[in-house]
Ligand binder design. Structure first.
Ligand code: GDP
Length: 297
């Protein structure tokens, strides 16, 4: 579906004279192709623009040896720069969950995969880290969402907080904290309500829950195929409630995952995990190299 960036650049450089170092013109010509590739991969325009500017400085004058073509050299410089942006200092798969019971707040828009990801992550913590996990749904508007979490809990063998009708999100969160403490759980995960779009009521509710539970991690779950929307959602949630990381779902789809670059560049927050399907095992630790390769096609 997409033309491979190396092939694309190969074509460009065939028309240029090969020299010992990349000239300013070579780089400019090549980066025009890179820019198209980034936009095709759904990287947002301002992020693509800034990224290209940063790479331009690095690439101009870079040595081209006989063993590689100028096109390959540009691809390598771009690839390394992408990884630099995508990879944070922290280990993405390790969550701050010492001092039990550690609260993990799951936030995001409706349909982004929040409930599914809550259960996937609970399963992972249970199986890989031998943690005792309690999950609670705070989606008071959608009884079906609460039941969905309970069903997933049964399926993966993780406890869910019993549903009590008529409670507010904060009341449920406090009850989850109490039950996690009394029940000797290591972690309690709060699956907050989603909305179709960001609104003040949702943000206030999430902020109130955060104030009552002081989460160790606040993970934004966002559809990796939504490009620019994902970036706006991340900015908004980070500004209002402060996120500690991002989970990109639907990365099993056709998208090239440019949202990862945009979100990282704009919020500075690490991508922690990627969702790769509907099954409970379809969650992987984020790997910068893989996404960089995918973005470049
Ligand atoms: P929520 O409204 O944010 O809680 O979203 P849900 O967890 O209910 O997910 C919405 C739909 O997306 C469900 O049908 C999930 O099975 C599906 N889904 C969630 N994560 C992924 C993923 O990584 N890949 C795919 N293909 N589907 C997913």
């Amino acid at each position: 579906m997409f033309e491979n960036l190396s092939e694309r650049l190969g074509g460009v450089f065939d028309r240029l004279t090969k020299q010992g170092a990349l000239s300013e013109d070579d780089v400019k010509t090549a980066l025009r192709e890179v820019r198209v590739a980034l936009l095709e991969a759904d990287v947002s325009l301002p992020v693509a623009r800034d990224f290209i500017k940063a790479v331009e400085g690095k690439a101009t004058g870079a040595a081209v040896t006989k063993s590689i073509t100028p096109g390959q050299q540009v691809v390598k410089i771009v690839h390394d720069a992408l990884i630099d942006v995508l990879r944070g200092a922290e280990d993405p798969g390790t969550l701050k969950i010492d001092n039990p019971p550690a609260p993990i707040l799951m936030v995001g828009l409706q349909g982004g995969g929040k409930t599914t990801t809550t259960a996937k992550l609970a399963k992972r913590l249970k199986e890989r880290e031998k943690k005792r996990v309690l999950m609670a749904s705070l989606d008071t508007n959608r009884p079906a969402a609460m039941e969905q979490l309970a069903i997933l809990g049964t399926q993966i063998g993780v406890d869910t907080l019993p549903i009590v009708k008529g409670e507010s999100a904060v009341q449920i969160a406090k009850r989850a904290k109490q039950q996690a403490t009394l029940g000797g759980y290591d972690v309690y995960m709060l699956d907050t309500a989603g909305r179709l779009q960001i609104d003040q009521v949702l943000m206030d509710e999430v902020a109130e829950v955060a104030a009552a539970t002081k989460p160790r991690e606040t993970l934004l779950v966002v559809d990796g195929l939504t490009g620019q929307v994902a970036v706006e959602v991340a900015q908004e949630f980070d500004a209002k409630v402060g996120i500690t990381g991002v989970v990109l779902t639907r990365m099993d789809g056709d998208g090239r995952g440019g949202a990862a670059l945009s979100m990282r560049a704009v919020t500075g927050k690490p991508i922690r995990f990627v969702g790769l399907g509907e099954k409970m095992d379809a969650l992987e630790t984020f790997e910068a190299e893989r996404i960089a390769g995918r973005i470049l096609g």
